[in-house]
Design a protein around this ligand. Sequence first.
Ligand code: GLP
Length: 240
Amino acid sequence: MAEIVIVPDAADAGALVADEIVRIVRANPETVLGLATGSTPLPVYEALRPRIAGVDVSRVRGFALDEYVGIDPAHPESYRSVITREVVEPLGLDPARIRVPNGSLEGIEHAGADYEAAIETAGGVDLQILGIGTDGHIGFNEPGSSFASLTRVKTLTAQTREDNARFFPSIDDVPMHCITQGLGTILRARHLVLLAFGEGKAAAVAGAVEGPLSASVPGSAIQLHPHATVVVDEAAASRL
Ligand code: GLP
């Protein structure tokens, strides 16, 4: 059973998770962070800015959960760009130590295995930040994903493309495919921290935390993890 923490708002959640990240980085300057994109983790990154100043982050490593396939890495909405803009630059991380799955078409057939190998070489992820999609996806593991899955190419669902259309000029510009850490990859991280805010996430949170273990709610995989923390506001917790 995951530990549930209900906080007044997203800023409080950000502060809570940022404090924990600072604590582990101070204890281990070679901490490996699992980074997530989407709007949910932004308060964590924001809260980290003042807290991490003065902490040695030169050896911190980071692995992003996912990337769109076929998007130019320089596109402002590629997850490579988002991670650079929201995390690497403001927190002063070493860009050479931050990996994002390679979504370019060239070499896509071995990009998943390469990513798994890189995570393993780094010693595994210490703390994995997670958001959750309205359909219960984590990373880009859409409903139907195997709990044992590793980093691989997936097709985005119509729902996720609609949800993410706000970041693109139109829905037609949202890529069709992605490369994502698998549920099996995510479960190997030593600590999972799943965040969710707002009524729109309440059903996904309830399914992930209290529903049956089911591939139709990929987030329910966190129930298999010995150290998972779910940080939610009242609205996202309203169906628990
Ligand atoms: C995207 C990301 C997920 C994220 C989810 C929720 O599809 N691939 O990692 O958790 O959307 O996004 P948001 O946090 O913006 O609601």
